[in-house]
Design a protein around this ligand. Structure first.
Ligand SMILES: [Zn+2]
Length: 592
């Protein structure tokens, strides 16, 4: 069946999984069955929405993911998986496996539909207008522990109204575009306390507890459809080894009687960012900024709420969440001198230098911090007299931790990690150096130099994709219906769909990569018979068989086409197009 959309627990997937999320050691997965074996032992099949929660555990310095299947009716079923699925969280999936104690033992997973875009997830485009998010806080306790460590007024203060509330935090770090509001009361909605019919005893069943608490709230008239995010808050419970956990990305987080900083951290996950780590490198027995053997400390970055400090988000995280405008982020592709404005306040100029390392998916981000608001640094703190450098691996899909470089490596602390005036950070392999040449309270001067020729402009396309004129193309390997093919393309991530063809040059390029095999293109005339439109909605043909391309549009039908064989279309050997029934099976050209 749909083999390309089928998660086989292949060595590749397992390798990727082990860096972040071995649930219970990776040894057992070495014996994972291949796809054939999966199909032979399918067992029970369940369809639902894939949910992912990142378990935040700063004290242990590590993190992992819990996966759930949200079933019809809203119940979350925990999944026992031999590896991380390679689908976006919040996608519709079909899992096959067996029910076991408290979890579903999944042997395979298949994509049934793309990730929902119901106001959750990463937001790359700059937010140019205020983007308040409606947040419900649900207070609940347990049959065996009915304590109420805070009252509703205090909860409102922690999340919405206090000077150091999560809301005050996001308003400041987003320059006013992101705020947290209520649906009933603009100053914030808090519901409960509710006592759920469960014990906080041995198991930290946070998702089940949340479901039970929401059911109580719903019975009392709360409509969670009115909210973008839900904060579940419960009394300090020792069976949960975390201060908080949150979906990455998604609607829910769960707070183990912790405060505004933890709630801001979990909402950061809900919005779509991962942890802010520190990066420590040892070469020849000595600590160095880069080189030798490097290890990341999951929450080691003291200058980001996604690390260990109630400080501004890093420039990378602000960009990822849409808090910076295009003019604030300078991509460096040639040597030069650059002026950085401090990151804390809205600026017209550059606040972040972004340097993609050629031939890798790694990027350096350089930023400048000064005392302001949540960045309540003292004038003597090293961070305010230098620039921070982070290295980030940007995966084709999903999100990874940022890594703070230690430019004062002789101390083990990262509070002095900034690059001071007159100092240079060099990455010999990437042939790039950053030097802080001067700074004032309002700007930092960073010189970027290359040891050797400047790297070529970075490709926006991931491994396995082809690039033409800034667009990325990917060929699926399974023949399937147009609907299924489109879902596979869309599931690649933001901006992906089945390909549109806007020029003879593009069609020639597609013909060169598709060869003699026929592939779906994105055009359909399902809305108006004879009028074909691309996924963007742009019409490129009207009038059916005797029709024509509108002015400026490109079309390349085989003579005698489109002859209403169906509402979809494919590219054929050599480049010309034929229409086709949408239920036929072809591979697809995906494009972003
Ligand atoms: Zn976390």
């Amino acid at each position: 069946m749909h083999q390309a959309r089928f998660v086989r627990w292949s060595p590749l997937v397992l390798a990727a999984a082990c860096s972040v999320a071995c649930l219970s050691g990776c040894s057992s997965v070495a014996d994972a069955p291949d796809a054939q074996a999966d199909k032979d032992a399918e067992g029970e099949s369940l369809q639902g929405t894939l949910r992912r929660v990142v378990i935040s555990d700063p004290e242990r310095g590590s993190s992992r993911f819990d996966y759930f299947l949200e079933l019809e009716g809203g119940r979350w079923l925990q999944l026992a998986l031999p590896a991380q699925p390679n689908f976006e969280p919040n996608s519709r999936v079909i899992v096959r496996g067996e029910q076991s104690e408290g979890a579903f033992d999944a042997a395979s997973m298949e994509l049934a539909g793309p990730a929902a875009e119901e106001g959750v997830g990463t937001q790359q485009a700059p937010l140019l207008a205020p983007s308040p998010k409606r947040v419900a806080v649900v207070l609940f306790n347990f049959a065996n522990d009915t304590t109420q460590p805070i009252d509703a007024a205090r909860a409102k203060e922690l999340v919405f109204t206090g000077a150091s509330s999560s809301n005050a935090y996001y308003k400041e770090v987003s320059y006013g575009v992101r705020s947290l509001v209520g649906a009933a009361d603009a100053a914030g909605d808090v519901f409960g306390w509710y006592t759920i019919d469960a014990s906080s005893g041995a198991d930290c069943a946070y998702s089940d507890w949340g479901t039970a608490a929401r059911a109580k709230a719903q019975a009392a008239g709360v409509n969670f459809g009115n909210y973008d995010y839900v904060v579940h808050y419960f009394p300090k419970t020792s069976s949960c080894q975390f201060s908080g956990v949150g979906q990455l990305p998604g609607k829910y987080n769960w707070i183990n009687a912790s405060g505004s900083q933890t709630i801001a951290h979990e909402l950061g996950h809900n919005f779509g960012v991962h942890h802010a780590s520190s990066y420590r490198c040892i070469e020849g027995g000595a600590a160095v900024p880069l080189g030798g053997t490097c290890t990341a400390n999951e929450y080691g970055d003291p200058f980001d709420v996604m690390g260990s400090g109630y400080r501004h988000l890093s420039g990378y995280h602000k960009e990822k969440l849409g808090f910076l405008e295009a003019a604030n982020v300078q991509t460096v592709s040639a040597a030069g001198n650059f002026e950085l404005a401090p990151l804390e306040q809205k600026a017209a100029g550059v606040q972040v230098l972004r340097f993609p390392i050629a031939g890798t998916s790694d990027v350096y981000y350089v930023e400048y911090r000064q005392p302001f608001g949540f960045d309540s640094f003292r004038a003597t703190d090293p961070v305010v007299s230098g620039v921070l450098i982070r290295r980030i691996t940007v995966p084709a899909r999903g999100v990874l931790q940022t890594k703070l470089i230690d430019n004062a490596p002789t101390s083990t602390s990262f509070t002095d990690a900034a690059l001071a005036v007159g100092k240079t950070f060099t990455d010999a392999a990437a042939k790039v150096s950053f030097t802080l040449t001067a700074r004032t309270a309002t700007s930092a001067a960073v010189q970027v130099s290359f040891d050797g020729p400047p790297p070529p402009p970075p490709s926006a396309c991931a491994a396995g994709e082809s690039e033409l004129n800034g667009h990325c193309y990917f060929l699926t390997t399974t023949a399937q219906s147009f609907t299924a093919a489109k879902a596979a393309c869309v599931a690649r991530g933001s901006g992906w769909s089945v390909a549109s063809v806007e020029s003879a040059a593009e069609n020639g390029f597609l013909s060169s990569i598709t060869g003699t095999t026929e592939y779906w293109l994105g055009g359909t005339d399902s809305a108006v018979e004879g009028t074909f439109v691309w996924p963007s909605g742009a019409a490129f043909w009207s009038g059916g068989l005797s029709g024509s391309a509108p002015a400026g549009a490109y079309a390349s039908w085989v003579s005698g086409e489109p002859n209403n064989t169906g509402d979809c279309m494919r590219i054929t050997a050599g480049g010309p197009w034929r229409d086709a029934s949408c239920t036929s099976s072809y591979r697809a050209v995906c494009e972003k």
